[in-house]
Design a protein around this ligand. Structure first.
Ligand code: NAI
Length: 670
């Protein structure tokens, strides 16, 4: 809870009033009723004094104001309460807009949502050029709309078109970009921010508020196009459409009416299910930052400082090995890549190099940093080179005998405290570690493909994994900037298991005659980024068929494997990964098209099945499997399952999570 002194005020010798945000009880300034009351008091105090102008600043190093307190927002009872919260916030910022003298906002650090709406209510905005200064209105990403004047004021500042584009992007932009887009009026060196803000305040005190010519309004065609794009890209989400409606409707209105239009829309949106789901997902992501292994082990006898991991061996320089090696090197680890096949090793190192080049090209990494990290990647074909490694991650072919042999050989060369990890996507870790003398040091670290873009790691504990190993790997996963979910070792862990039960169920519908595009459209319409047949093409028909085999082996009797993938493989159809080589779709043209060659595998008659029946059936398969996972103790909580499927399988965030959805639909009561 914010403390009442989270906003303070003062007046300097030159008659400039200062309003300073600095919540002593938190790392970030956020808006909740206490902060709002503190701001109201500070404004009232300055209103009673003879000030020439006012500057609003934050004393935090990295965060100006992070926006509204989402916990408080989540507690608002209904649409009426949410609309009233919007009106209250608008009225508070209105005190700045209508203040007796000009108000300047000096932004340093993240200025998000309500933070930027406060800035919008000021008469002049400066931003520091520091890299932590990022600015914008990300509400749509949380299923909300800007409700404290953002929808009403931003179009008046930068025009309706730019305002719509910024709000729908739902991202914080660097200060320079914000300046270029007109979101702030001045970009200044961080060290000069206060002085420059004071200079701006004194200037406005003399000249009055800046005159701002009304920017051009966007025409109806623009809004119609945006509606179409939003409906396609943000399917199932009402917030983008509400932003468009609000901004279009308020274009010709006076500010007061525009604010009321915004408040009414905010009320409906904030009380809606999608906003509640997306805010829930926000908290799931936040909770992962704080996870520990405590739920999985008895308390340690004594707290021991865990040994740091510095040098990592990666075995298998294929798709996953290269991705893992690059990500670890990029995070400052020394990496030795190993492969028995020299050509594969050279190729893997080239992949690492191109991943670094790509990161530089996309502005994610400095050239010098990438160059240095690439220099930390060594090649080897001999396991003996791993003798000084702190951790070895194997990413060789998915074959239990090969992996077992590798782990056994590794124990002969690595240090006794070196952790042995497998990136297997489905094999139980205890099987891989069956011949390891000291299996406490074995664990699964399941990365997802592509490693550089997929945030999830399943951290897999075998019955032998020692607490120290788990602690060290958890710290390592966090250090990598990945989001770990802890699972008990069981075939397929969570994501592979649930996903491939789902893909198999989709293939079985297909084998009964439900057409590819009908299945895919149904699941896309429900919110999945792509349908299951298209996903099989992406993952690879070969990989899918292989994992079906693993599932059939481990879940004998329950996993009734479809045969279409093995028949496709026999005919050379491997999905998208081999370029134009086709799968359920053909990829030769500009856009994928249904692959006519699939006709020969399909049943003679097609089966009619409506979208809802397909969605209920396929979602039901995933829900049932996840229930089993939870009942078997493979995961500790339904939230863990939801988080893993959101991060690792593309589950649509606006649905809030698979088991959250199941619970709301009366399909799960855990
Ligand atoms: P890949 O086939 O691209 O690469 C495997 C590499 O291991 C090859 O370069 C091969 O020469 C090398 N290799 C085989 N035996 C070896 C040995 N004894 N010593 C050293 N090198 C050896 O395979 P990929 O796709 O990278 O998969 C590797 C592992 O990661 C598998 O366990 C797989 O299940 C898992 N995985 C794969 C994902 C994917 O999407 N490809 C996702 C997550 C996990």
């Amino acid at each position: 809870m914010s403390n009442p002194v989270s906003v303070t005020h003062s007046v300097d010798a030159d008659g400039i009033g200062w309003i300073t945000f600095d919540d002593p009880a938190a790392r970030a300034n956020v808006f909740n009723p206490a902060t709002q009351a503190a701001l109201r008091a500070a404004v009232a105090a300055l209103a009673a004094q003879p000030v020439k102008a006012v500057v609003v600043v934050s004393a935090k190093e990295k965060i100006f104001i992070a926006g509204a307190d989402l916990k408080w927002l989540g507690r608002l009872a209904d649409a009426q309460a949410a609309a009233q919260a919007s009106r209250d916030g608008q009225a508070l910022f209105g005190l700045l807009d209508n203040f007796k003298v000009p108000v300047v906002c000096a932004i340093h650090g993240a200025c998000a949502g309500g933070g930027y709406e406060l800035a919008l209510a000021c008469h002049w905005r400066l931003a520091s050029d520091a890299k932590e200064t990022v600015i914008g209105l990300p509400e749509v990403g949380l299923g909300l709309i800007p409700g404290w004047g953002g929808c009403a004021r931003l179009p008046r500042l930068v025009g309706a078109k730019a305002a719509v584009e910024h709000i729908l992007k739902a991202a914080l932009v660097p200060a320079a970009e914000a300046h270029q887009a007109g979101l702030v009026d001045e970009l200044v060196p961080a060290a000069e921010l206060k002085a420059r803000a004071k200079a701006a305040a004194l200037k406005l005190a003399a000249s009055g508020r800046p005159a701002r010519p009304a920017p051009a309004a966007a025409d109806a065609t623009f809004f119609a196009e945006q509606r179409k794009t939003a409906a396609a890209r943000m399917r199932g989400q009402p917030a983008p459409l509400a932003v468009l409606d609000t901004i279009e409707k308020s274009a010709g209105q006076m500010l007061a009416s525009a604010l009321e239009t915004e408040a009414a829309a905010f009320g409906d949106i904030a009380a809606g299910e999608v906003a509640k789901n997306l805010v829930h997902v926000f908290f799931l992501k936040d909770a992962v930052k704080k996870i520990t292994v405590d739920a999985w082990f008895p308390p340690p006898a004594e707290a021991a400082a865990s040994k740091p991991i510095r040098t990592i061996g990666v075995i298998g320089a294929g798709v996953m090995g290269s991705g893992i090696a690059q990500w670890c090197a990029a995070r400052g680890y020394g990496v030795i890549m190993n492969d028995t096949n020299v050509e594969a090793l050279k190729n893997g190192v080239e992949v690492v190099r191109s991943l670094f080049a790509d990161a530089v090209k996309r502005g994610k990494m400095d050239h010098a940093v990438a160059h240095k990290a690439m220099g930390a990647v060594a090649m080897s074909t001999e396991l003996i080179d791993f003798e000084d490694c702190d951790l070895v991650i194997e990413a060789v072919v998915e074959n239990v005998t090969v992996k077992q042999k590798l782990f056994t050989e590794l124990t002969k060369v690595v240090r006794p405290d070196c952790i042995l990890a497998s990136n297997t996507s489905a094999l139980p870790i205890e099987e891989i570690a069956a011949h390891v003398a000291n299996p406490g040091r074995t664990i699964g670290i399941h990365f997802f493909n592509p490693v550089s873009r997929m945030p999830l790691i399943e951290m897999v504990l075998s019955p032998h994994t020692a607490r120290e190993t788990a602690d060290r790997v958890l710290a390592f996963a966090k250090q990598l900037g990945k989001s770990p979910v802890i699972c008990r070792s069981a075939p397929g862990f969570l994501v592979t298991r649930v996903l491939f039960f789902y893909l198999n169920a989709a293939c079985r519908l297909w084998e009964q005659g439900v057409p590819t595009d009908v299945i895919d459209r149904a699941m896309r319409d429900w919110g999945w980024p792509m349908g299951p047949m298209r996903l099989i093409d992406e993952v690879g028909v070969d990989v899918t068929d292989f994992i079906y085999g693993e599932m059939k082996h481990y879940y004998a009797g329950r996993f009734e494997g479809a045969t279409v993938c093995s028949r496709m493989l026999a005919a050379g159809l491997r999905g998208r990964k081999n370029g134009a080589s086709s799968g359920f779709y053909a990829y030769g043209g500009v856009k994928e098209a249904l692959n006519p060659d699939m006709a020969k595998f399909a049943p003679a008659a097609t089966k009619a099945m409506d979208a809802k029946a397909i969605q209920d059936h396929l979602n039901g398969v995933m829900i049932d499997e996840t229930k089993r996972v939870l009942a078997e103790g493979v995961l500790k909580t339904a939230d863990d399952a939801d988080f893993a499927l959101l991060m690792g399988a593309g589950f649509p965030a606006f649905r809030g999570g698979l088991m959250r959805y199941a619970k709301a639909a009366g399909l799960y009561n855990g």
